[in-house]
Design a protein around this ligand. Structure first.
Ligand code: G3H
Length: 214
């Protein structure tokens, strides 16, 4: 299972979380990566943890003030990027452009979508993976695998209908090892989570608990 920990803009210590991600990843069968704020990418990548950007823009080198260039996040140490997160939504044409920019720079891609109907469109952009996240469950602590398991199963089917090679992650409310196992049982190849680790009193313990049943 791929566990992608998005730190959003939570006031956690990104380097301490990244060190925990690195160590728990080393000691488990799971693949764990961390997506810090852009300003923290370099310090996080220096820990040796697999580091992802939270967003890249559909741009190339040039006159793009305030944008996030895919090559720039690679220079900072990122190996992959989220695209079209529910909190950083893009028009379809811009999501397509962001996937192309990420490919150009050599970044792995996860395109997010709110529901199974959008997952088909996300998968058609040709990313490495898609992630289904019902926005109303984000940050609630109620896992999508429990609140609405059909969302995960339907997303897996929708992606497979477009391209069986596109992996499907699920996210929103995931915070325990049981949640990760439930996601896997529904056909998900990984989970996208944030508050369960970034807002935990002890992020390292939260990560250890996530992978314990795997
Ligand atoms: O990127 C992560 C998702 O938005 C899920 O957030 P959450 O784990 O806090 O529900």
């Amino acid at each position: 299972m791929f566990i992608l920990v998005n730190l959003k803009t939570y006031p956690c210590d990104p380097v301490a979380v990244a060190e925990a991600v690195r160590d728990v990843d080393d000691g488990s069968d799971a693949r764990i990566a961390v997506a810090p704020q852009a300003a923290h990418l370099e310090r996080v990548a220096e820990t040796g943890a697999e580091t992802w950007a939270q967003h890249v823009d559909p741009i190339d080198h040039g006159s793009n003030t305030g944008h996030s260039l895919a090559e720039g996040v690679v220079d900072a140490g990122a190996a992959g990027t989220l695209i079209n997160h529910s909190e950083r939504r893009l028009k379809l044409a811009d999501a397509d452009g962001a996937v192309r920019a990420a490919e150009r720079a050599g970044l792995e891609t996860v395109v997010c979508a709110n529901n199974p109907a959008q997952i088909g469109a996300a998968a058609a952009l040709g990313p490495d993976a898609v992630a289904v996240e019902p926005p109303e469950l984000i940050g609630t602590g109620t896992p999508v695998s429990q609140a609405d398991p059909d969302v995960v199963e339907d997303a897996v089917d929708a992606a497979a209908n477009v391209d069986p090679d596109v992996a499907v992650l699920c996210g929103a409310g995931i915070s325990t090892g049981d949640d990760v196992v439930a996601a896997a049982d529904l056909g998900s190849g990984g989970v996208l989570l944030a508050s369960g680790v970034a807002k935990a009193d002890d992020p390292r313990a939260a990560l250890e608990e996530l992978v314990e049943p795997l």
